[in-house]
Ligand binder design. Sequence first.
Ligand code: FAD
Length: 482
Amino acid sequence: MSETYDVVLIGGGVMSATLGTFLQQLQPEWKIAVFERLGQVAAESSNAWNNAGTGHSALCELNYMPDPTDPAKALAINEQFQQSRQFWSSLVDQGILDAPSTFINATPHMTFVRGAKNVAYLKRRYQTLRKQALFDTIEFSTDSRVINTWAPLLMDKRLKVDEPFAATRVTGGTDVDFGSLTRQLISAMTDRGAHLLLDTEVRDLTRLADGTWRVDYRRRIGRAPGRVNARFVFVGAGGWAIKLLQRSGIPEIKGFGVFPIGGQWLKTSDPEIVARHKAKVYSQAAIGAPPMSVPHLDTRVVDGESSLLFGPFATFSPKFLKNGSLWDIVSQVRFHNIGSMLKVGATNLDLVKYLVTELLKTRGKKVDSLREFMPTAQDDDWELLDAGQRAQVMKGGKLQFGTEVVSAADGSIAGLLGASPGASTAVSIMLGLLKKSFPDRSAEWEPKLAELIPTYGQTLNRDAAQAHRVLARTASELDINA
Ligand SMILES: Cc1cc2nc3c(=O)[nH]c(=O)nc-3n(C[C@H](O)[C@H](O)[C@H](O)COP(=O)(O)OP(=O)(O)OC[C@H]3O[C@@H](n4cnc5c(N)ncnc54)[C@H](O)[C@@H]3O)c2cc1C
């Protein structure tokens, strides 16, 4: 007889960790199992070195505001991150998360642009954002002396260059170690009774006559097969979510495909260089570049150690996970998605051109790109690291850069496709998923959700006084005061 779980979470990344934590808060008696194919959790995209650790809140990322007069998307992302901050703060309070500095650190978010057109755009964006309560501490400058005090590495040896430049800064930005966050959440889940099965790969999902799911798995060591039953399945398998959702046979996955984009970073731990830069500095995308591949020069704090990362540089691999299979890209092809995928190939020539250019970039050329940010960068100070794989959603002949929750009509299974804005908005994504997958429980769960996220269901930016209060409270609770 197979064991029956109320909830099976496939994948030990930040998404499963966030959903599992919510469910333990809401239904502590539910029996939960987490399946992870690798020997540890948080070893794919959620690992600190596989992502950039930006607490995405649109303070510095220009892709959320292509039109400098329209703050709607930037506001939405920021509101989502405020939910994450409040949730994490409640979990610190409960002792589920350790000291905030183990997973989140204050890091100013800056944008730096060059050229008259880009300077005009940034100024306009600043004028729009400073009127919004969630962004009203934003600063703008074209003065090299001011920018030099914000991020001296940007200005060293740039002073002689006769080219206009400008920067914005919000001191209340953050760097997040999503790997540490994930490990802590899953460890607290197992302390509270969840079963974690490492080295265990879910191979198949079958809907049973009573509406529950049979989950077939295989142990990686010894390859012994096994199965459990689940009333609800979350496919939090990152890049492999598409494969499992296709195996489940739910009609909702029809038409979807994913396109893998890999990445690389330049990293330095040289204490003298690291000491001179404390910010995440984003800029503008090259033509054809996917929005999340815009290189940025970032302070990272991982395991208490600071370093600087520059990137990501896009790479190509047919794998959907760093530890995926070379067959991933072809194994997803179905009659129902091939047309859409071919159309994406034919209509994204700029992206193809961009990827080819990036692939041809030698290590030296990558350091040249870094020198556009940091003119004094020396090749020997920087090492090249592989970042995580992103599996971007293809649907209706279009390549999308967001995330998409795909769930069955009866709510018994849901999975997450796509990569951006990703981990920062895991809380908001999971709140949406809870509503969609458990509509009958929404009303019953609301008081607990409001306890965990005091402004649950509210739009902070509408009320400046409240927005400032919440920002100040979570900054103090998470010890990220600017
Ligand atoms: C280069 C890069 C930069 C990024 N930068 C940022 C950033 O700055 N800020 C931000 O918020 N987000 C960022 N992201 C996005 C963020 O990392 C992801 O959105 C997030 O980590 C996804 O979490 P996940 O749990 O869905 O997937 P993952 O962390 O990939 O976890 C999926 C897990 O499922 C396991 N798995 C897969 N298949 C199976 C199976 N069949 N059985 C059992 N286990 C399975 C995998 O081994 C893996 O552990 C970035 C991503 C990349 C790649």
